[in-house]
Design a protein around this ligand. Structure first.
Ligand SMILES: O=C(O)c1ccccc1NCC(=O)[C@H](O)[C@H](O)COP(=O)(O)O
Length: 228
């Protein structure tokens, strides 16, 4: 399982940034969607993104955002990947990618076989896919709902771009999700939270360890010296 990339999404404070770094995440996501409990404003996200070491990719999550919002964010937040999590069409994705000169990861909701047809529509307009569960009916946000889908739909399937698996992943199920889906990247938000919007450092570390196939056992204290 080593070599699996891990993105932790919905980071909104310095503790979450430092916890993600210590846990060994590869990407950290900031939500620029005001209705979300995890949302950040540009002035809040700027110092958080700057706190990340260069090896960790800061990702901006947008939902049907206007150019003006993305511009306002990019003026102060050094994002390196744009995650589009709304109803953006392939044309809109390509426009955002060209206009802002940043790679785009498009979230695609998967509930069944038929949803994979969308990948053909988007694959020349974006750089990566995030294959996520569809939100439950009536959900107030289109992602980050701790919903999973049937990972076996992905087994052995050829996806035309690099992709990550998302939706209802936790420290307990992520290893099985990787095994069953064959993914090389996972994205988590709810599964590493104490309460909605509040990340838990122990869960983040356990998640990254499980995704990367590392032991989560705390290291033992040194043995006491022999009696004199
Ligand atoms: O997290 C949000 O608040 C959010 C709001 C609007 C669109 C997407 C959102 N989150 C997406 C994610 O955090 C992840 O990319 C993914 O959907 C996994 O979420 P979870 O099931 O909570 O692990």
């Amino acid at each position: 399982m080593s070599g699996v990339q891990v993105k932790i999404c919905g980071i909104n404070d310095a503790e979450g940034v430092d916890g993600s770094v210590r846990a060994g995440a590869d990407m950290v996501g900031f939500v620029f969607f005001p209705p979300s409990a995890r949302a950040v404003v540009p002035a809040q996200a700027a110092p958080l993104a700057r706190r990340l070491p260069a090896a960790i990719t800061p990702v901006g999550l947008f939902v049907d955002a206007t150019d003006a919002l993305i511009e306002q964010v990019l003026e102060v937040v050094p994002l390196r990947l744009l995650q589009l999590h709304g109803q953006e069409s392939p044309g809109r994705c390509a426009e955002i990618r060209d206009h802002f000169g940043l790679p785009v990861m498009k979230a695609i909701g998967i509930a069944g076989e038929a949803d994979f047809a969308l990948l053909d529509d988007y694959h020349t307009a974006v750089d990566r896919f995030l294959l996520d569960a569809k939100p439950p009916p009536g959900a107030s946000i289109p992602g980050g709902n701790a919903m999973r889908f049937d990972w076996s739909l992905l087994a052995g399937r050829s996806i035309p771009l690099p992709w990550m698996l998302a939706g209802g992943l936790t420290p307990v199920n992520v290893a099985a999700a990787i095994r069953e889906s064959g993914t090389r990247g996972v994205d988590v938000s709810s599964g590493v939270e104490r309460t909605r919007g509040v990340k838990d450092m122990v869960l983040m570390r356990a998640f990254v360890n499980a995704a990367k196939g590392r032991s989560s056992q705390p290291s033992l204290p040194p043995a006491p010296p022999p009696p004199a």
